[in-house]
Structures are given as C-alpha cells and as structure tokens.
Design a protein around this ligand. Sequence first.
Ligand SMILES: *[C@@H]1O[C@H](CO)[C@@H](O)[C@H](O)[C@H]1NC(C)=O
Ligand SMILES: *[C@@H]1O[C@H](CO)[C@@H](O)[C@H](O)[C@H]1NC(C)=O
Ligand SMILES: *[C@@H]1O[C@H](CO)[C@@H](O)[C@H](O)[C@H]1NC(C)=O
Ligand SMILES: *[C@@H]1O[C@H](CO)[C@@H](O)[C@H](O)[C@H]1NC(C)=O
Ligand SMILES: *[C@@H]1O[C@H](CO)[C@@H](O)[C@H](O)[C@H]1NC(C)=O
Ligand SMILES: *[C@@H]1O[C@H](CO)[C@@H](O)[C@H](O)[C@H]1NC(C)=O
Ligand SMILES: *[C@@H]1O[C@H](CO)[C@@H](O)[C@H](O)[C@H]1NC(C)=O
Ligand SMILES: *[C@@H]1O[C@H](CO)[C@@H](O)[C@H](O)[C@H]1NC(C)=O
Ligand SMILES: *[C@@H]1O[C@H](CO)[C@@H](O)[C@H](O)[C@H]1NC(C)=O
Length: 406
Amino acid sequence: MDVLKATISIALLSQAVAAAQGINFGPSIAEITPEWNNVFPVDNFNREVTTPFWEPTLMNDTTTTEISQQLNAVSNASFIVYDKEMYRLLNVSDHNASKTVEVIFKFPDKPSYAQRQIHDGTVYVPEMNAVFFTDLYSPKPGYGMRAIPFVWRINLSNNSSPNFEKVYPDPPFTIANGAYYHNGAVYWVQEGNYTTPGGVVRMDPVTLKTQVVKNNFYTHRFNSPNDIVVSNSGAAFFTDGYYGHDNFNDSLNPQLVNGVYRWDMNTGNIKMVAGAADGGFFNPNGLSFNADQSKLFVTNRGNNSADANGARTIFSYDVTATGIARREVFAYTDAGFPDGIKTDRDGRVYGAVTGGVDVFNKDGTLIGRIKVNEDDVAVNMAWVGNWLYIVGRDYVYRVQLATTEK
Ligand SMILES: *[C@@H]1O[C@H](CO)[C@@H](O)[C@H](O)[C@H]1NC(C)=O
Ligand SMILES: *[C@@H]1O[C@H](CO)[C@@H](O)[C@H](O)[C@H]1NC(C)=O
Ligand SMILES: *[C@@H]1O[C@H](CO)[C@@H](O)[C@H](O)[C@H]1NC(C)=O
Ligand SMILES: *[C@@H]1O[C@H](CO)[C@@H](O)[C@H](O)[C@H]1NC(C)=O
Ligand SMILES: *[C@@H]1O[C@H](CO)[C@@H](O)[C@H](O)[C@H]1NC(C)=O
Ligand SMILES: *[C@@H]1O[C@H](CO)[C@@H](O)[C@H](O)[C@H]1NC(C)=O
Ligand SMILES: *[C@@H]1O[C@H](CO)[C@@H](O)[C@H](O)[C@H]1NC(C)=O
Ligand SMILES: *[C@@H]1O[C@H](CO)[C@@H](O)[C@H](O)[C@H]1NC(C)=O
Ligand SMILES: *[C@@H]1O[C@H](CO)[C@@H](O)[C@H](O)[C@H]1NC(C)=O
C-alpha cells in the first residue's frame, strides 16, 4: 500500500460520518465496528466469492454513495481491524496510529504467453539470511505451464535495502511451488510436467544443487504437489491436487485422489493421511505447523477459486505419531481462497488471499487483515524474526508485527 495514497485518500472521508456509520478510520487503519459487521448499513448487498468485501460492487445500487465511499476508503487502508487483538499484533494502540505495509519489490512484467504471474514457496534460510521463492506463469488457454529455470532470492544482509536476485537451481525445478527449510536444506515440491514427474526436491541453499528425493506413490505420478512442511523429526507432509491438470495443462491425467501425504524421510514410508476420499479435500494447497508442531493446518481451494461450494477453508488437525487426526474447520475465508498459510508463536494463522493476508487468532476468528496493493493477490509469506514478508502476484511486501514464528 502506498503510504501517501492511503493517507490522503482516507483523509478525504469525513471521519465523523465514518465513525457514525461504524468504521473508525485512521491514516492507514480502518476498524470495522461489531455493529457495522453485524448488520450491514444497507440491504442491497450481495458479494461474489472472488470479490474482497471492500469492493463497492458488493452493492447492487452504488448510488448509496456514503457507503460506497466508505468501502472505497477501506480499500485504501493498509490494515483492517475487527478485533482489538489486531492492535496488539500491530503493536499500536488504536486506529489513529500510523503504520504501513512496506512495498519492497515490484516484479518485472510477465512474459506475453502468460495469463498472470504467481510466486510461491516463500522460504527463509537463516544461515544465509535470505528468502527464496518461485516464479510461475499461469498460461493462457491453449498453452501449457512452462518450467522456469530460476527462483528468486532476497538477500537481507542489508535490511534497509533487501536485494532481489534470480538464482538458478541445478538441475532446475520442473514447476516448483511450496518449500520448507529443514536441517540446512530447502525441500521444494514441484508440480512436474508431461515428461518429468512431480514430487519433492531437496536444494542446497548455498550451492543451489538440487536432487529429486521423492517422485512417486508406488509408481503412480503425483498429480500436482503444491506445498510441503517437514517436522523436526523428519516427517514431511505435502498436499497434492489437480492444479497442474485442471488449471495449468502441464501434467498427465490424474490417477490419484487429492489429498495430504505423510512421507517419513527416515524410513521412506509414505501414506495418504487425509484426502478427497474422506470428503476433506479438493485441491488442497498450503500447509503450516503451529509453533510446537502439535497441530497441522491445511488449506483447501475447491474446484476453482470462484467455487462457492467447495473452497476457502483452513482445516486444523492434531499431529499424531503416525499421521494427523481430528479434523476441524479452523477458518473459512470470505474472498478467494487461502493459498499459502503461516502461523505464529501465539497460535494465530495467516492466510494469503485476494487483496491481502487474513489474520485469524488461535480460536479461528478473523481479527484483521493486512492489505496488499489494490488488485494484487497475496500468495505466500515467510517470517524473518518479527517481520512478515508477503509475496504477491505483482509485489513483495513486509510488515513488522509484535510476534514471531516460534
Ligand atoms: C481511494 O483511493 C482511490 C485511488 O487512489 C481514490 O480515487 C479514491 O478517491 C479513494 N477513496 C476514498 C474514499 O478515499
Ligand atoms: C440486484 O438487482 C437485480 C435487478 O436489477 C435484482 O434482480 C437482484 O435481486 C438484486 N440483488 C440484490 C442483492 O439486491
Ligand atoms: C482518534 O482520532 C480522532 C480524531 O481524528 C479522535 O476523535 C479520537 O478520540 C482518537 N481516538 C483515540 C482512541 O485516540
Ligand atoms: C496444452 O498445452 C499444449 C502445449 O503445451 C497445447 O498444444 C494444447 O493445446 C494445450 N491444451 C489445452 C486444453 O489448453
Ligand atoms: C518439462 O520439464 C523438463 C525438466 O525440467 C524440462 O526440460 C522441459 O522443458 C519441461 N517442458 C516444458 C514444456 O516446460
Ligand atoms: C548478500 O549481500 C551481502 C552484501 O550486502 C554479501 O556480502 C553477501 O555475499 C550476499 N549473499 C549472497 C548469498 O549473495
Ligand atoms: C544499505 O542500503 C542502504 C540503502 O540502499 C545504503 O544507504 C547503505 O549504505 C547500505 N549499507 C551497507 C552496509 O551496505
Ligand atoms: C469438483 O469437481 C468434481 C468433478 O467435476 C466433482 O465430482 C466434485 O463434486 C466437485 N467438488 C465440489 C466441491 O464442487
Ligand atoms: C512496539 O513499539 C514500541 C514503540 O512504540 C517499541 O518500543 C517496541 O519494541 C515494539 N514492540 C514490538 C514487539 O515490536
């Protein structure tokens, strides 16, 4: 969010009117009061699932100017607050505080064959003080997703001036997506393509040498591995959905249901621990442990992000000695779907969605949102100390919070 823009724009709106209507506007924070949240001030609202709530188009009749002006002002805010806990997280006392989301990078334009660009796999490597993530170019109809030879590396040695650089894993990934740091290595999942099977690839972050470490389920190809976490004891959990086949035209016909696998890196044992077969998942995506690894959070998209019927859920599980158990609907997001998710030491879960990052407290209640630039979509995040780095489709952002990952 552009600091200046947010400040000027929100100032345009009469604060007295806004407060009377149930939103407290500061220079960059919009606090939605429970009254406004409980009963929307006009009746002619209806919102499509891909639209963030601050779009005035959620109303049929935008001649209700006062409300659409308010929504516009909310869209210009850097943070949306629903619960006071969000102020503690932002380390500010109230909506009058001035705090912003810093834009640290704008991506170069996508190649012409691409419909859009996506960036994922956001992973911090402490020994190098660097964050790695991928470029994915979702193809236009009639094309297939192309394997990209580089990943991005943010060098944070100079914290006030992060350096973005393309680096070249060797051999290159075949459509890499999520990634996790474990014991000095980065474990990426790659989607694969028609010729190269998807799976798990280990990368040495210093030499960038890569090695495929898992590429089949008893000689079945995985469909489209999307994200991965690895426990301290070496149990990897990764999601597998139909993204490659249904969206990106880059893989063979799926032969396996959608689900979450547990792959024990010590023994090589692999099994599915949650899946479409138990009604849980259709296109599972991001995963994250809580701080002590006793819980696993897994997101689900559904058949597509406009699917009102199947999308937008963060499930929580208890992690057991052999798998995961006791699935609960932890949170249901209201726009887009939670792609990457991250957690903090206080039990909060952060979901990257259309328009920003939704922050849920440990009970699964939405306490606020960290907004990204208008029309951008947050894809994934990485913690670096108490800074949350947010990688979107078009920009990279960071914000300092009063917590850390562990
Ligand atoms: C929000 O920002 C947009 C773009 O900068 C501006 O046109 C609009 O007037 C702002 N709206 C309000 C209510 O501040
Ligand atoms: C929006 O307007 C159309 C007619 O213009 C009407 O059929 C529809 O019910 C309205 N929707 C809402 C949510 O008011
Ligand atoms: C915030 O600022 C407004 C004026 O802009 C003021 O009326 C209000 O009392 C302030 N709120 C707090 C909690 O300080
Ligand atoms: C899939 O991609 C290939 C090229 O990679 C193209 O020839 C084919 O038409 C595409 N199919 C669809 C359904 O888009
Ligand atoms: C498929 O993956 C292989 C290995 O990464 C790569 O050489 C090839 O170019 C990829 N094909 C396409 C169409 O991107
Ligand atoms: C990161 O940048 C510093 C200079 O700020 C440099 O000394 C260091 O070698 C860089 N790290 C990598 C991995 O390139
Ligand atoms: C860090 O970056 C800032 C801004 O580009 C620059 O002024 C400063 O000299 C850099 N510090 C070091 C140690 O390179
Ligand atoms: C997703 O699509 C499949 C195949 O078309 C269908 O069987 C399934 O019910 C759909 N799931 C949802 C949640 O809509
Ligand atoms: C919160 O902000 C105050 C300054 O207002 C600062 O002294 C303190 O270190 C911050 N705390 C955290 C956890 O960031």
